[in-house]
Design a protein around this ligand. Structure first.
Ligand SMILES: Cc1cc2nc3c(=O)[nH]c(=O)nc-3n(C[C@H](O)[C@H](O)[C@H](O)COP(=O)(O)OP(=O)(O)OC[C@H]3O[C@@H](n4cnc5c(N)ncnc54)[C@H](O)[C@@H]3O)c2cc1C
Length: 337
């Protein structure tokens, strides 16, 4: 069943907590609801809004926001080792992770506590602590708003990359994800080689699923602001990928600069946007209602009362300071409307 709301206040539908409105919001449950919406009265401007943790409204949205409400989780197959699970788009991501951990299923534990709907998780291929959601995904069903039918993509067809997928490119403005299918497994495969994870896991008594989840939740809570307390969208910027020659030149001036190889691209190097912002002297810096978080420079925060326009203006300022100091362009990870 679909429900339509007009002139809707978006403050509780975006993790930045900015005060903006949308002309119309349509909640849908099934592909048939979407078929009805797009065949009867095709919206001229629309955007899929999940839980709003990666969306910055910079002004009132004069179009139709389309939001899923379907949230079923179904086990499709369990052969004793592998468990195939289908999860609908509006299901809370972390509830799914908690369920998998409670049931002894490995594959998504490192992605604990990422605020997301399941339907949005593949869009930017959410990742943290050395894991990416693509590694657990087997298939995705989406509604194609041009063909007016449900299309199924296998994982290898989704063009996943670092914070990337086909849904941000070829299928942007076309696909509305209905459900994601995952393959989880029972053989333990702890992935502890990132950041403080190993230390926190050992402090809890070793690499069990529960300890890994608890460790990651604790590390995240100590480093990242809770959007319910301080509006934010997690990492505001992507880590920039630069030519190897640019990285080598920067390393001469900044030998401690974090830098990482780019898989399958020997000529490029990934830099840490948070480090660049920090070294530009902006960690904790604040202008009016908006600032850089004082513990994690990659996170911009709404100290209360900010408009989306103010956040955008501040983000542009951060980019220009980093560019002037390092000659490197950093780009938003957040969807800016
Ligand atoms: C405190 C905090 C910490 C975070 N940490 C991380 C992290 O560690 N790693 C990480 O990768 N991200 C992180 N993020 C970003 C965020 O969690 C992800 O981008 C998440 O997937 C957003 O989910 P959402 O449902 O809130 O998406 P929304 O903001 O609602 O939408 C995000 C994008 O997905 C599209 N979309 C949403 N639902 C659908 C659908 N059903 N079909 C098609 N397109 C859809 C939207 O159109 C938009 O382009 C963090 C955010 C916050 C606030």
């Amino acid at each position: 069943m679909k429900r339509t709301y007009n002139n809707i206040n978006l403050q509780n539908r975006n993790s930045f907590g900015v005060i903006e409105q949308a002309d119309r919001l349509v909640e849908f449950e099934t592909a048939d609801d979407l078929k009805a919406l797009f065949s009867e009265e095709r919206p001229s401007k629309w955007y899929v809004l999940g839980a709003g943790n990666n969306t910055l409204f910079t002004q009132s949205y004069n179009g139709t926001l389309i939001s899923p409400t379907c949230s079923a989780r179904t086990t499709l197959n369990d052969d004793g080792e592998y468990v195939d699970v289908r999860v609908e788009a509006a299901h809370d991501w972390d509830e799914f992770v908690a369920w998998s951990v409670d049931n002894g299923l490995w594959g998504v534990e490192n992605l604990s506590a990422i605020p997301s709907s399941v339907g949005a998780a593949p869009v930017q291929n959410i990742g943290a602590y050395g894991a990416e959601v693509k590694d657990a995904i087997t298939a995705i069903d989406y509604f194609d708003t041009n063909k007016l039918e449900v299309v199924r993509l296998k994982c290898e067809e989704c063009q996943f990359g670092y914070r990337e997928s086909i849904f941000k490119h070829k299928l942007r403005g076309v696909a509305i994800i209905l459900a994601v299918e995952f393959r989880l497994h029972r053989t333990p495969t702890p992935n502890l080689g990132y950041g403080d994870v190993i230390r926190e896991v050992e402090a809890r008594g070793g690499a069990t699923l529960r300890n890994i989840r608890e460790a990651i939740c604790a590390i995240r809570a100590s480093k990242l602001p809770d959007p319910k307390v301080l509006g934010n969208a997690g990492s505001f910027f992507k880590n920039p990928i630069v030519d190897k020659s640019v990285a080598e030149q920067l390393l001469q001036s900044y030998p401690d600069m974090p830098h990482y190889p780019v898989p399958n691209d020997a000529n490029s190097v990934k830099l840490a946007a948070g480090w660049l912002i920090d070294k530009s002297g902006l960690k904790g810096y604040r202008e009016g209602h908006v600032g850089v978080h004082n513990r994690q420079a990659l996170v911009l925060v709404n100290h209360g009362g900010a408009t989306g326009g103010e956040v955008l203006h501040f983000a542009e300022f951060v980019c220009s300071v980093v560019h002037n100091k390092f000659g490197v362009d950093i780009c938003p990870e957040v969807n800016i409307l």
